[in-house]
Design a protein around this ligand. Structure first.
Ligand code: PGA
Length: 255
């Protein structure tokens, strides 16, 4: 059995005051959600305040990134300890914006995954191909490289404590969504990679989210796919009602 995990990635949006308001709206809207794991990822600056707002609710806290070192001279960075202290449950790692704008590599993704897991938090490992890679027939080689790199040195037990977000880069923030079939095929491929590496029972237990212009209008179709176990939501997570419009269809699904 896999959990459906739906996380709102707020990216560089919302002041602290706005984040507090949105978090309160999400808590209210999600109060009857029982089966879907709902998480929100505000900016670092808003994490502590949002943690207070969601305390005692069924909404989990996620961070958008982390550094792999414990502490020290890494200007602008935040350590896993700092996130843990605030009560962060999930950490988004290897988002395509991190990879393309800020030099994230498969190797740094792997270091971050290990650090986050060592403190009992769950990494949401983002993978996905660019349009040029897809058109150039490299979809499978890119996903293989990203998954192999992210899980380097992890045991099957470690793998069980991860979530993957498959996010085709060409669908992120563009309004263009992968079709249900395109997404399902990529998810099945990723699950197969996990099965080859960790065995089928581990692979069947790892939640694989879809990300890239997911919204209430397309959520039910995507979530109904066999290997799609949730979503990582950008734009549509910035309003509680559209975010819940994605969460709600997941309530009645069994994976
Ligand atoms: P989007 O972003 O929903 O705005 O496409 C998704 C993401 O980048 O995680």
């Amino acid at each position: 059995m896999r959990k459906i995990v739906i996380a709102g990635n707020w990216k560089m949006n919302k002041t602290v005051a706005e984040s507090v308001k949105l978090a309160a709206d999400v808590v209210a809207a999600a109060k009857n959600i029982k089966n879907v794991v709902v998480a929100i990822a505000p900016t670092y600056l808003a994490l502590a305040k949002v943690a207070e707002v969601i305390n005692g609710s069924n909404v989990k806290l996620a961070a958008q990134d982390v550094h792999w070192e414990n502490q020290g001279a890494f200007t602008g960075k935040i350590s896993a300890d700092m996130l843990k202290e605030i009560g962060v449950d999930f950490v988004i790692i290897g988002h395509s914006e991190q990879r393309s704008y800020f030099g994230e590599t498969d190797e740094t993704v792997n270091k971050k995954v290990k650090k986050v897991q060592s403190l009992g938090m769950t990494p949401i490992i983002c993978i996905g191909e660019t349009l040029a890679e897809r058109q150039g027939g490299q979809l499978e080689s890119v996903l293989t490289r990203q998954v192999t790199g992210a899980y380097e040195g992890l045991s099957g037990d470690d793998a069980l404590r991860t979530v993957i977000a498959y996010e085709p880069v060409w669908a992120i923030g563009t309004g263009v969504t992968a079709s249900d079939d395109e997404a399902q095929q990529a998810h099945a491929f990723v699950r197969n990679l996990l099965a080859t590496r960790f065995g089928n029972s581990v692979a069947q237990s790892i939640s694989i989210q879809y990300g890239g212009s997911m919204k209430p209008e397309n959520a039910a179709g995507l979530l109904a796919q066999k290997d799609i176990d949730g979503g990582l939501i950008g734009g549509a997570a910035l309003k509680a009602d559209s975010f819940l419009g994605i969460v709600t269809p997941g309530e009645t699904l069994d994976k």
